[in-house]
Ligand binder design. Structure first.
Ligand SMILES: [Cu+2]
Length: 202
């Protein structure tokens, strides 16, 4: 059987182009990978609940409404920066692609995923996003079990794979060294589009 992540990518493409491949969906619904199964369940739900004339299969369903909470900085004090970052439905992007924080400040990132695909968010050292995404890809069959987060010293903090409608909060301390740090989704095939930067200032 093909890797679940390839099948999910195929489903993602079909979803974007409003093509329904029932065989592919059935295969994913039976996948041993929980995140793949969850994603398939969301798509299955849409196919059976969304009005046929809807432009996008995602457009009218309550589970895909824009999150009620707005993304961006929630609060910023001397002690703590609190920020919400969400995925953009069917875009393979984060809705926040840059923010700044003072070196050494505590950061709380609420990562929310309204998209049907699973995504993660991994904060890394400057210019290491590509290498870490490649290392994630090389996890191969272990990828899902490791949430596509490789072991790598350049990772500052990482979420797990977050399924549709879920969120995860990350708490970490901003690096002491000013610079442009990247954040990226390491799910295979996502890293080129799904990334942003955290600028650490003095
Ligand atoms: Cu992703």
């Amino acid at each position: 059987m093909e890797d679940a992540h390839h099948l999910l990518e195929a489903l993602w493409l079909h979803q974007r182009h409003n093509v329904r491949d029932h065989h592919l969906l059935s295969t994913l619904l039976a996948s041993p990978e929980t995140h793949a199964r969850n994603a398939a369940k969301v798509v299955h739900h849409h196919w059976h609940n969304v009005h046929a004339t809807s432009n996008s299969p995602m457009a009218k369903d309550e589970t895909h409404e824009a999150p009620t909470q707005k993304s961006g900085v929630i609060s910023d004090t001397d002690a703590l920066l609190k920020i919400r970052i969400a995925t953009v439905v069917e875009k393979m992007q984060y809705d926040i692609t840059e923010f700044s924080v003072k070196a050494g400040k505590k950061v709380e990132v609420i990562f929310a995923n309204p998209d049907f695909m699973p995504h993660n968010i991994v904060f890394v050292q400057p210019d290491s996003a590509d290498a870490i995404a490649m290392a994630a890809l090389e996890l191969g069959a272990d990828g899902f079990a490791k949430e596509y987060v490789p072991e790598d010293k350049r990772i500052i903090v990482a979420s797990g794979l977050v399924d549709n409608g879920q969120e995860e909060t990350l708490e970490f301390t901003a690096p002491k060294k000013p610079g442009v740090y990247q954040f990226v989704c390491t799910f295979p095939g996502h890293h080129l589009l799904m990334r942003g930067v955290m600028t650490v200032t003095k």
